[in-house]
Write a protein that binds this ligand. Structure first.
Ligand SMILES: *Cc1c(COP(=O)(O)O)cnc(C)c1O
Length: 503
């Protein structure tokens, strides 16, 4: 296991390029290939332009658009920025910023939330909806939030953390009736769910190649030609892409994107069925664990995404222990201050629950053997961490009879530690611990439990938090957590002292 790479279950973060796609891309790189600038009028340029336009047709076909309605960008982040900033700033020219209102949701990707926050700084009014049911925005919520001055509604098709699928067609109908433009971030759904921009009433749609087995660094914005509100470009220079996105077109990227879209359209139906079955198998395994809580919707979820929290388990330690898997978590790794997943917090999960979440995202390369490896690994780690964090007074109390114990911290704080010591003849005869916390906390506790036996209880000489940070080369931001270990150890030593010398 250590020699081979971990099982990849993070397809929602990115996907490998399909070999057939890579082949098409390679044809556009070297001197023999289609390397020309599509803006050039000679044969090299015309050949490149022909390939770009063929790709544009493939990309448009995936979302039911006309070829001329697709603008190539560097990815979904840029497409979202162009749609949101471009539309609002375009409307400002006609009405003034105060008269421009935008609606979005708290569970959107940062690539939507951050441009919306930028709009607020520029004086625009923005409403952030909080999803109600299973992380989905209800059409009635949108209806209630629409104002006469609402020009743009930006709501995603499928959520990147939970896989929740929104009723985009209902949003489209409301926006059409109201005269507001609907922008949809479809980075997670394009190539996985059927999309028809015309039928769904979508005015602007963002997606990206690297989430659908194409290359990183290329995406598209669907912008209906003859749109009602003019987009203001983010960049100027050359007037490429209908003046909305200047810059020489990345032919190899665009050709790869086109090929990936064509493949996705062919494979979508069968892959959705296959992945849904794998997802069900995964949930049957991990959902049976005590304390497992589904964060993904039961029905309206992407076939390949399963988000699960494990009550009472520290998320960072859980992820750390799953060495045979590559997947994402809801925990705010490597930071004492950062909130765990804002998406899970927005759908009503408390900090601890959000912190203990794992996002499994399956893809074309996922096999049932991978699911079985994942289930076994999660079962092992959840049971191990739960045992480690189990309150001894409730459970294993008898086995620790006669031990002096001391504890510090709380689970709400993110760290809880208890040491149990037995003393004999002035020395520590045995030491054990229980802990809930980050991997470093658990490692220091484990190390201490090994060091303490044989040490004089009055002064065991194992040092304190500062020494442990140095000796074990731990990140300095872990110091506050290690101080909790130090407190727990002191408390246990004090209890041992009282036990050995009563009165
Ligand atoms: C990945 C993702 C993005 C960002 O796409 P890039 O092409 O990497 O910029 C935006 N929105 C959602 C929902 C995503 O999953």
């Amino acid at each position: 296991m250590s020699k081979t790479r971990p099982v990849y279950l993070d397809y929602a973060a990115t996907t490998p390029i399909d070999a057939r796609v890579a082949e098409r891309m390679a044809e556009c790189l070297t001197a023999e290939g289609t390397f020309g600038n599509p803006a050039s009028t000679h044969a090299y340029g015309r050949a490149a332009r022909a390939r770009v336009e063929a790709a544009r047709t493939q990309v448009a076909a995936l979302i039911g658009a006309r070829t001329s309605d697709v603008i190539f960008t560097s990815g979904a982040t840029e497409a979202n920025n162009l749609a949101i900033l471009g539309l609002a700033r375009g409307a400002r020219a006609a009405r003034g910023a105060q008269a421009v209102h935008v609606i979005t949701a708290r569970t959107e990707h940062k690539a939507v939330l951050d441009p919306c926050r930028q709009l607020e700084r520029e004086g625009f009014a923005v409403t952030f909806l909080t999803p109600v049911e299973e992380g989905r925005v209800m059409p009635e919520q949108l209806r209630a939030a629409l104002r006469p001055e609402t020009v743009l509604v930006s709501l995603m098709h499928a959520n990147n953390e939970t896989g929740a699928i929104q009723d985009v067609a209902a949003f489209g109908a409301l926006c059409r009736a109201h005269g507001a433009a609907l922008h949809v971030d479809a980075a997670q759904s394009a190539g996985k769910l059927p999309i028809d921009v015309q039928a769904m009433g979508i005015d602007l749609l963002s997606f990206t190649a690297h989430k659908l087995y194409g290359p990183k660094g290329v995406g598209a914005l669907y912008v209906q030609q003859g749109r009602r509100v003019a987009l203001q470009p983010l960049m100027y220079g050359g007037g490429h892409e209908r003046g909305l996105r200047s810059g020489t077109l990345a032919v190899h990227q665009i050709v790869g994107f086109g090929a990936a879209c064509e493949l996705a359209l062919q494979l979508m139906g069968a892959e959705a069925t296959r992945q849904a079955a794998l997802r069900a198998r995964l949930w049957a395994g991990v959902g049976a664990l005590p304390g497992a809580l589904l964060n993904s919707p039961t029905v309206h979820a992407l076939p390949g995404v399963l988000n699960v929290s494990f009550a009472g388990i520290e998320g960072e330690s859980l992820l750390f222990g799953l060495t045979e898997l590559a997947l994402a978590s809801g925990s705010a790794c490597n930071s004492d201050s950062e909130e765990p997943s804002y998406v899970l917090r927005a759908i009503g999960r408390d900090r601890e629950t959000a912190q203990s979440a794992l996002r499994f995202s399956l893809g074309r390369g996922t096999r049932s053997e991978d699911i079985d490896i994942a289930i076994a690994a999660v079962q092992r780690e959840v049971l191990r961490l739960r045992l480690l964090a189990t309150d001894a007074t409730a459970a294993g109390g008898a086995a620790l009879a006669g031990a002096a114990s001391g504890e510090a911290g709380t689970r709400e704080q993110g760290t809880w530690v208890r040491f149990m010591l037995k003393a004999a003849n002035g020395r520590i005869a045995s030491a054990s611990y229980q802990a809930y916390g980050c991997p470093q906390t658990l490692a220091v506790c484990e190390w201490l439990a090994g060091q303490l036996p044989g040490c004089p209880w009055a002064d065991p000489g194992v040092g304190g938090a500062l020494d442990w940070v140095e000796a074990m080369q731990l990140p300095a931001d872990r110091l506050t957590r290690l101080l909790i270990i130090e407190d727990a150890l002191r408390a246990a030593l004090a209890a041992a002292q009282r036990q050995v010398a009563p009165g």
